[in-house]
Design a protein. Structure first.
Length: 134
């Protein structure tokens, strides 16, 4: 009977740990901050502020998803947009329908840091999409 009791206890402990791990893994994904932006003007000549938010946790990357790029006439375009965080950070090229991870500079990595998104177009355009701060 002692073996049966030990099996039940072991089974209960394992079940409890699995539930705790599942809850923990679900909360980790909730720490990302996602901002959507719609029809934001992007200049050909300089980087334009698009959106930004404060981080919840330490991380080294953010992701940008551009869902559409439209030229000045409002027509969908396949032109690229360069996206960066703060001045001096390395821009990444993004096209409509693609998501790209962007390395965050040291000053934007800690929890509580402000992480802005700036964009500069291949043409003057309007963009829509998501800024996901991990």
């Amino acid at each position: 009977q002692r073996r049966v009791l030990m099996r039940k206890v072991n089974h209960s402990v394992i079940s409890f740990l699995v539930v705790v791990l599942l809850i923990f893994s679900c909360t980790i994904t909730a720490f990302a901050v996602e901002d959507s932006y719609t029809n934001k003007y992007v200049s050909l000549s300089s980087f334009t502020y698009i959106t930004g938010d404060f981080k919840d946790t330490y991380s080294t990357t953010a992701a940008v998803l551009i869902t559409s790029v439209q030229d000045e006439a409002g027509t969908d375009s396949n032109k690229f947009v360069m996206v960066r965080t703060i001045s001096g950070s390395t821009p990444r090229i993004v096209r409509a329908g693609t998501s790209v991870d962007i390395s965050l500079p040291e000053s934007c990595r800690d929890a509580g840091s402000w992480v802005p998104m700036y964009a500069k177009g291949e043409i003057n355009c309007r963009i829509s999409g998501y800024w996901n701060i991990h």
